[in-house]
Design a protein around this ligand. Structure first.
Ligand code: ACO
Length: 322
């Protein structure tokens, strides 16, 4: 049987750090409020001119090195992002050129905070069907560019970063199942309400910003993530106690703790990076994975549950043996 197996991870965060104290100088907020409601202490913010593909390239090179593969062997590139460098070409194509890879399919996926779970799901299908042997899957974002720095309800939550994995065809167990969903009826709760074909004037005015009904998103996220955990375990006839590590989307420690509670997992088995990274949207899951792989917490052969919830709404999970 052919599996898709993660053989290398990489992450990159812009050097520029913004603390909660820095935010106190910009909006009416406090370090205490942000930490109590979200668990966030700081986030990394890209400097002017630093783009989503810049971050993605740095993370990708680390993942390629960790996997020990030749860049030229990559035969598929999928990039999850909601903050692409350009309208087109896709960020995946720009990344492909930067890596001096020519000819393999390269495309973007846009599923906001669930983007990396969607991208991993699609890459796994390519590998299982035999269309791809070595895929580069990246989540990269500069959400700082779509934040209204006058809106304390959103600007304190997000950060910039990129995470990447190499997914290879293998006889050894890797991804066991993937589960992705969407329900477009909740658009009003979390969106950037303008684009090329709708309210372009707002884009031209430089006011393409995230709008969110945080409280309602919070409740939906907790309930939906609880359901996706049940769905994933049932599909694999596994028990909660089988899972070694929860690698959740990093939006808020309270959302993460609620999912861990549902799984009856101790927080020691949960990878938390939101305190240092903020919510990096599509980059948050691969960044968290990379942190816990590199610091030695996640070891070979352990069972990992990756999950995310985000704008769309979209949500999903991946169960894998690392
Ligand atoms: N500093 C100080 N006070 C604030 C701030 C701030 N940064 N932001 C909001 N407040 C105030 C509000 O104005 C409100 O004041 P009021 O009671 O006088 O009206 C009070 O704090 C409570 O506001 P709520 O929105 O009810 O606070 P809540 O406890 O829900 O926390 C938060 C807000 C952190 C946004 C939370 O709802 C949340 O995390 N939601 C999930 C949203 C999210 O993470 N979205 C990202 C994309 S989706 C995803 O990744 C899951």
């Amino acid at each position: 049987m052919t599996y898709a197996r993660i053989t290398g991870t990489g992450g990159y965060l812009p050097e520029n750090v913004m603390t909660n104290r820095d935010l106190e100088k910009i909006v009416d907020t406090t370090d205490q409020w942000i930490q109590e409601r979200t668990g966030i202490e700081q986030r990394h913010i890209a400097v002017e001119g630093q783009t989503t593909v810049d971050l993605a390239e740095a993370a990708s090179r680390k993942a390629i090195k960790a996997a020990g593969i030749d860049t030229q062997d990559i035969d598929l590139i999928i990039m999850a992002t909601s903050t692409p460098d350009k309208i087109f070409p896709s960020s995946a194509c720009i990344l492909q050129a930067r890596l001096d890879i020519h000819g393999c399919p390269a495309f973007d996926i846009q599923a906001v905070c669930t983007g990396f779970i969607y991208a991993l799901t699609v890459a796994e299908k390519f590998i299982k069907s035999g269309s791809s042997k070595k895929a580069l899957v990246v989540g990269s974002e500069v959400f700082s560019r779509i934040l209204n720095w006058e809106d304390r309800g959103t600007c304190v939550l997000f950060g910039d970063g990129a995470g990447a994995v190499i997914l290879e065809s293998s006889d050894e167990t890797g991804i066991l199942s993937t589960h992705i969903h969407a329900d477009g009826q909740y658009e009003d709760l979390l969106l950037v309400p303008c684009g090329i074909a709708d309210d372009y004037d707002r884009v031209k005015a430089g006011r393409a910003f995230i709008e969110m009904k945080g409280n309602e998103v919070f409740k939906m996220a907790v309930n939906t993530l609880g359901r996706i955990v049940d769905e994933t375990l049932a599909a694999n006839q596994m028990m909660k106690s089988d899972i070694d590590w929860l690698v959740p989307h990093q939006a808020n420690t309270r959302i993460i703790a609620a999912t861990a509670k549902k799984l009856k997992m101790s927080m020691d088995q949960v990878v938390v990076t939101v305190n240092k990274h903020g919510n990096t949207s599509a980059a948050s899951v691969p960044l968290a994975l990379d942190v816990a792989v590199r610091d030695g917490r996640i070891k070979s052969n352990e069972l990992l549950l990756l999950e995310a919830f985000g704008g769309g709404f979209t949500w999903g999970s991946v169960l894998l043996r690392f």
